[in-house]
Design a protein around this ligand. Structure first.
Ligand code: ATP
Length: 464
């Protein structure tokens, strides 16, 4: 561990050469993401994930879990409830502080986040932030006067219980983190953990965002992958640096274009009230840089608050120094849905092959929703039965698709467009030589492989 990640990492950026309209239409057409409740006219900024979308999300979750939990001996998992009692969110500070500054346009009634207006977030759509002669920010859409900012709490509030009298206020969690803090003592004692150790969780969170948008980048219902890493006070800066590096490299190792990725430490006045230091991993989206993940040093704020409000002792006995301490917490907090969108955008390529446009999603093999497509050259019974048998052999190991419709060239393009790394073509020679052709997505090169060797060869290509 070394303490040098407070430095910004920015490479010369080359933005993805794709518009969001192209991504949205590809997602709908091929079954990655659908607008929610579409047959009823849609339900603002909510989305449903189709057959390919669920595979993509599962891959993102599984890869995060593997690197954060399975491959480590100092992090364990948790799945806490989504509904939480008011007390938890009073203690955490969310009831008082989890709000954004909301301004309304007095003319067109549109609502904006003042901080986003100040930071120029709406520039791609509306141009640079506009001001009136008094220097006040005006509505980007119509130029109207804006109201005074007011605090708008982002939590979804509900009631739990059958009658009005006996019911009590509850909240849908706005982050998964609090589940880890209120279970800190349960996990620590049941697993006899010594510091440092972490608790990881993946799950849905809910925020009544003032301006959701940019497709699934910012939605009101979304999924997070968070890990709370409990450390001894005094070692927190080093661990913060360690996790910033780990998380930045996770995206690079999964093939994100390096010059579209940067690390941005928060300025002092930008830090959340509980944070001592935060660095964001940011990606250069088609509309500009946006946060993928925040890695925060949350100090001992959360455990101290819950100890005080619950009356339970959440301190830790440090054997080394024979003293009770309240651990500090380093938190890498990422979005599953936002990460999936990033992989989609980053993978998108268009090129011309034989005078025709080829759209190809160059997903890293571990991210690709479908790993292998088995394609018989013709629908003839002899070929289709052999192809189905091959697909059956591959399915237990890898997500495999079988497709016998249309010309082979079209089927290759359909697989390229969803990012399938390998197509296996079964032709009439296969019936004689017991071999098939493996075609690689990016180079489009083809190799002939005996059917008996197929599982081993695919394992070399996909499992490494
Ligand atoms: P932003 O500044 O974009 O609102 P944040 O700093 O409030 O994000 P965190 O509270 O740090 O976000 O949440 C951690 C991660 O959860 C974010 O980096 C992002 O990937 C994801 N996330 C947060 N809010 C949303 C949302 N409304 N929709 C989708 N993902 C989200």
């Amino acid at each position: 561990m070394s303490g040098d990640t407070t430095q910004e990492i920015t490479n010369t950026p080359t933005p993805a050469d794709v518009t969001m309209d192209t991504i949205v239409s590809l997602c709908k057409r091929r079954g990655f993401v659908f607008p929610s409740a579409e047959i009823y006219g849609g339900f603002g900024s909510t989305y449903d994930y189709g057959p390919l979308g669920v595979e993509l999300l599962r891959n993102v979750r599984n890869l995060w879990w593997k690197s954060m939990v399975q491959l480590r001996d100092d992090v364990v998992g948790l799945e806490a409830s989504i509904l939480g009692p008011e007390k938890v969110y009073v203690a955490s500070g969310h009831v008082a502080n989890f709000s954004d500054p909301l301004v309304d346009c007095k003319s067109c009634k549109r609502r904006w986040r003042l901080d986003h207006l100040e930071e120029g977030h709406y520039e791609a759509e509306y141009g640079p932030t506009k001001r009136n002669p008094k220097g006040e920010i005006i509505c980007p859409a119509c130029g109207g006067e804006l109201s005074e900012p007011r605090k708008f709490n982002l939590m979804f509030k509900t009631r739990v219980g059958v009658t009005e009298d006996s019911s009590s206020v509850a909240y849908l969690r706005p982050e998964t983190a609090q589940g880890m803090f209120i279970n800190y003592a349960n996990v620590q004692t049941s697993t006899s953990r010594k510091l440092p150790f972490g608790i990881a969780q993946i799950g849905k969170s809910f925020r009544n965002e003032i301006t959701p948008g940019n497709f699934v980048f910012r939605t009101r219902e979304f999924e997070q992958m968070e890990m709370e890493f409990f450390v001894k006070p005094g070692t927190d800066d080093e661990w913060h640096d360690y996790w910033v590096k780990e998380r930045y490299n996770w995206y690079l190792n999964l093939g994100i274009t390096p010059d579209r990725l940067r690390l941005r430490p928060h300025a002092k006045d930008e830090l959340s009230f509980y944070s001592k230091a935060t660095s964001d991993v940011e990606y250069l989206f088609p509309w500009g840089w946006g946060e993928l993940e925040g890695i925060a040093n949350r100090t001992n704020y959360d455990l101290s608050q819950h100890a005080e409000h619950s009356g339970k002792d959440l301190s830790y006995f440090d054997e080394e120094n024979k003293e009770r301490i309240v651990p500090f917490v380093i938190e890498p907090a990422a979005g599953v849905t936002r990460t999936a969108l990033t992989f989609l955008i980053d993978a998108y390529h268009e090129e011309v092959v034989n005078n025709e446009k080829r759209v190809v999603l160059r997903f890293h093999k571990d991210i690709a929703p479908v790993k292998i497509a088995v394609l018989p050259l013709s629908k003839k019974e002899a070929l289709s039965s052999l192809s189905k048998e091959i697909a059956r052999k591959l399915r237990p190991r890898w997500m495999t698709m079988y497709d016998e419709t249309q010309a082979i060239g079209k089927r290759y393009r359909r697989q390229d467009e969803i990012g399938t790394p390998y197509c296996i073509t079964v032709d009439f020679d296969s019936l004689e030589d017991n071999a098939v052709t493996i075609r690689e997505r990016d180079s489009m090169t083809q190799v002939r492989v005996p059917i008996d060797d197929l599982v081993r060869v695919m394992s070399e290509k996909l499992d490494g």
